[in-house]
Write a protein that binds this ligand. Structure first.
Ligand SMILES: [Zn+2]
Length: 183
């Protein structure tokens, strides 16, 4: 593991079980570029702050339920071109880490936007809503058949949406490179 990964892992372990959301933004050398602590379970950034996070590594913790990257996390990381976004949480004695390193193929994305009045955010929302519907129905069916339970569904819902986005966003030239790790 290189020094940058070590520095970030140390910070992730520090924040993973906090009851309030903490965000740290690192540059590629492992220096802390910015940090913020949320009042409850949410942190807000100004547009100029978000613009300054281009090519940076954004880490934060998801409190209590330790679920995957939210739609807001995904959209901000793509639009503001973060190098990486990570969310960590504590599950039993382990740390769960969700991450994405979005890369845009501008030509393909422009093609997807051509002739439509969509902006990128609206286009992304369309794909997120589609994934949400598909996973919601799949999970509902499995719940009825007792293949999965409610607790499992709640924990995995966003994870499966993001796994689907990995595939569907490729069609408009966005490589999300989403993954979940248990550490
Ligand atoms: Zn988040």
């Amino acid at each position: 593991m290189d020094i940058l990964q070590k520095i970030i892992l140390e910070k992730e372990k520090e924040i993973m079980a906090k009851s309030v959301e903490h965000a740290y933004i690192f540059d590629e050398q492992g220096n802390i570029f910015s940090r913020k602590v949320g009042i409850s379970e949410q942190i807000s950034f100004t547009t100029s702050e978000l613009n300054s996070f281009k090519d940076k590594i954004f880490i934060h913790n998801h409190t209590e339920d330790a679920t995957s990257l939210s739609d807001k996390d995904i959209i901000l990381s793509i639009i503001y071109q973060f190098k990486e976004i990570r969310a960590v949480g504590k599950v039993k004695d382990k740390m769960v880490r969700y991450s994405a390193t979005p890369k845009m193929n501008k030509i393909k994305l422009n093609d997807a936007l051509k002739g439509a009045f969509y902006n990128v955010r609206k286009l992304l929302n369309k794909y997120i809503i589609d994934a949400d519907n598909k996973i919601y129905h799949a999970f509902n069916n499995d719940l009825k058949k007792n293949k999965i339970n409610k607790e499992w569904a709640e924990f995995n819902h966003l994870h499966y949406i993001n796994k689907r986005l990995n595939q569907t966003l490729k069609t408009i030239g966005i490589e999300l490179n989403y993954k979940r790790e248990i550490i």
